[in-house]
Design a protein around this ligand. Structure first.
Ligand code: ZN
Ligand code: ZN
Length: 362
């Protein structure tokens, strides 16, 4: 089969034939990949910002068809249409699974074994759970695989694997935004737009989008933002958010851009007793937050990875929201590219021209 392999950081991927993947073992499922969206985490993997041994096989927002099931898998069968999540539904037995936080399942590290080999027989490192989405076939633990209805378009479904759930889940699962509360979202990209639609869905008002591009702020309005702040044109974005929230600051702030300065800014525009949630993967140390700020405001600063997703609950729920017209997915897709043109899809995301580009497999 063919796959797009990263041999050297910062270089285009190599589309190679003769790649192999193991047959599914106990508890595993082999999936024929139909589509994989390109996400910013793939760019971080390819650029080396997420350090990883090479050669590697990126791609993790994947949907396709069950090809073969391993021993003990009873919930899936050949031909099922599925999304492969990056977060498993958990072992169901450990401390975290028992308290309902399956995204912290202690077994999740066990999922990281490489299953693919390149044409020379070298193992390929995978990213973000063992997805291996830039290959025609992949073999993954069944916990990562969620069946979706046959009439759910797979190029939409694959977005639920990571980008949509990261943004939406930070709002509904991590922060549990209350109706009639105020929300600010820094960054109106692929993840931020989903925090915005999650906030609107939760009944927040105002929903303030903060970005440096007017075009992105316009899209943010279509996703449910009621107010916008252009952080480049506005002299003081913190003050702008204060003014939009009766001088108090937002009850919840979601920082979806990967910059430490944005986290500091987000914490400043959050009101007393509010919560700031770090969603974007920023490198570097956080700029000083004084202990006084915590003591006298009771603000909470926390983070959220992968939307604290409850895979088996959230993915079917988001599918039903999409199918009833309450979740925007079509608007997140910029273009479709066959595997042979994957480097064009990556370059367009890098340049900021795309929200999500979809790699298609025949
Ligand atoms: Zn992703
Ligand atoms: Zn567990």
């Amino acid at each position: 089969m063919k796959a797009a392999i990263c041999y050297e950081t910062g270089k285009p991927l190599v589309v190679e034939d003769g790649v192999t993947v193991e047959s599914p073992g106990k508890g595993e499922v082999k999936v024929r990949v139909a589509v994989t969206a390109v996400c910013h985490s793939d760019l971080h993997f390819i650029s080396g910002e997420i350090p990883s041994p090479l050669p590697g096989l990126p791609g993790h927002e994947t949907a396709g068809y069950v090809d073969e099931v391993g021993e003990g898998v009873t919930t899936l069968k050949k031909g099922d249409t599925v999304v492969i999540g990056t977060v498993g539904s958990g072992c169901g037995q450990c401390y975290y699974c028992t308290i309902g936080a399956r995204h912290f399942c202690v077994e999740r590290g066990a999922f990281m074994k490489p299953k693919h080999k390149n044409k020379k027989g070298e193992p390929l490192t995978l990213m973000a759970g063992p997805v291996g989405g830039f290959a025609e076939y992949t073999t993954v633990p069944h916990e990562l695989v969620t069946r979706v209805p046959e009439d759910m378009p797979l190029d939409r479904a694959c977005l639920l694997a990571c980008g949509v759930t990261s943004g939406f889940g930070a709002v509904v699962n991590r922060a549990r935004v209350k109706a009639m509360s105020s929300v600010a979202v820094i960054g109106a990209g692929g993840v931020g737009l989903n925090s915005i639609q999650g906030a609107a869905f939760s009944g927040a008002y105002p929903v303030i989008a903060v970005d440096v591009l007017d075009s992105k702020l316009e899209t943010a309005r279509a996703f449910g933002a009621t107010h916008t702040v252009n952080a480049k044109k506005e002299k003081d974005s913190v003050k702008a958010v204060m003014d939009m929230t009766s001088g108090r600051g937002a009850d919840y702030v979601f920082v979806t851009v990967g910059k430490v300065a944005a986290i500091r800014q987000g914490f400043s525009m959050c009101g007393a007793m509010g919560m700031t949630v770090v969603v974007g993967l920023a490198q570097g140390d956080l700029q000083a937050i004084t202990p006084m700020e915590f003591v006298f405001t009771e603000k909470i600063l926390t983070g959220c990875g992968g939307g604290s997703v409850r895979t088996s609950i959230d993915i079917p729920y988001l599918v039903s929201l999409y199918q009833s017209g309450k979740l925007k997915l079509d608007e997140l897709i910029t273009g479709h590219y066959p595997l042979a043109r994957i480097n064009e899809a990556i370059a367009s995301l890098e340049k900021g021209e795309a929200l999500r580009n979809i790699i298609t497999f025949d």
